[in-house]
Design a binder for this molecule. Sequence first.
Ligand code: NZQ
Ligand code: ZN
Length: 359
Amino acid sequence: MNDFVFHSPTKFVFGRGYVDRTGTEMKQLGFEKVLVVYGQGSVERTGTLERVLASLDEAGITYVEAGGARPNPEVTFVREAIELARTHEVTGILAVGGGSSIDAAKAVSFGVPYDGDVWDFFAQKKPIEECLPLAVVLTLPAAGSEGSGSCVVSNDAENRKLGVSGDVFRPRLAIMDPELTFTLPAYQTAAGITDMIAHVCERYFSGVGAVPLTDGIACSIIRTLMSEAPKVLANPNNYDARANIMWAGTLAHNDLAGCGRSLSPTVRAGGWESHALEHELSAHHTEVTHGAGLAVVMPAWMRHVWRHDTKRFLSFARDVFGIEPEEGYESHRDAVYDAVTSAIKELQNFFGSIPKPVG
Ligand code: NZQ
Ligand code: ZN
């Protein structure tokens, strides 16, 4: 097991109806006046925003609203929200939504105390040392941004979509109420599950040898997602399945599933090739949903690289799908080929079995 630093400072408050605790929990952590960042209308339609704002009022937290973060959030929105935060002198940020709202809010949180343009952090990989404290109310389990030290923002003028990393802007608080996800369309549910599996796989195939505890956590997350997916797709109001998926999304990307698998203690485990390829796709086609892009890229990436780490891919085949090389092949090599490619096919079939965009 390689050396690692696991830094997960987020307080996760997880349960039915817990969205109404947002204000009290934030107050306890010292939030006083916040910018509330959200997306393009879902939280208004579902009533989530109303409940969040009511709980802020009750706790005596004042706020200014910045709605309109789009999927694959864009830097122009972030710049405008930074100006709003400065004008109103807020001292904290609250994101209400999925990964796009949370990432927009993260960029605002480190953009406010910075003198230059927030895009410098993405383009020049400037280290992020300072930010306003951030809380989130998660409505879409997918990106894992509620617990991650990552933030991904697009720049349409430059056709770029870039990520930055840093522990300083990990959320202080994540309110996770699985009932908020009952309203998710099947397509977003499926894209979210695909993204979570990809987060685990990027770390699992990091090129480092086996780490039994971490590998067990990783494979359990994938198996759980594959068994819970059909349940929520059959019944979107299945609380337990929604809850398992929501928590899986956090554990898939808060770095727990990569402990001991990184080449350097301060760097996230994995090469993140499929994510890099998908980010290029959605930079040029901003309508591409991140998880849907990954469903196309990841199996292709696996087929391209598996021969470089056959042992690892055989472990994946066995521990996720119960597939082992069989007897009766002319050579062991053929048996290995069949086992690994069957596992990749199984994964691809799973991605294909859950909803995709029409057309
Ligand atoms: O914009 P609104 O109206 O809120 O609607 C959203 C959006 O259209 C909707 N939605 C969210 N919660 C809902 C809901 N609709 C009904 N009921 C609810 N409860 O779902 C749509 C997609 O939302 P979005 O936030 O874009 O999805 P996701 O959470 O998948 O986030 C994707 C973004 O996160 C980045 C991706 O690249 C992409 O930009 N990622 C961020 C990461 C991180 N910060 O750690 C890691 C990931 O690998 C990823 O790159
Ligand atoms: Zn992702």
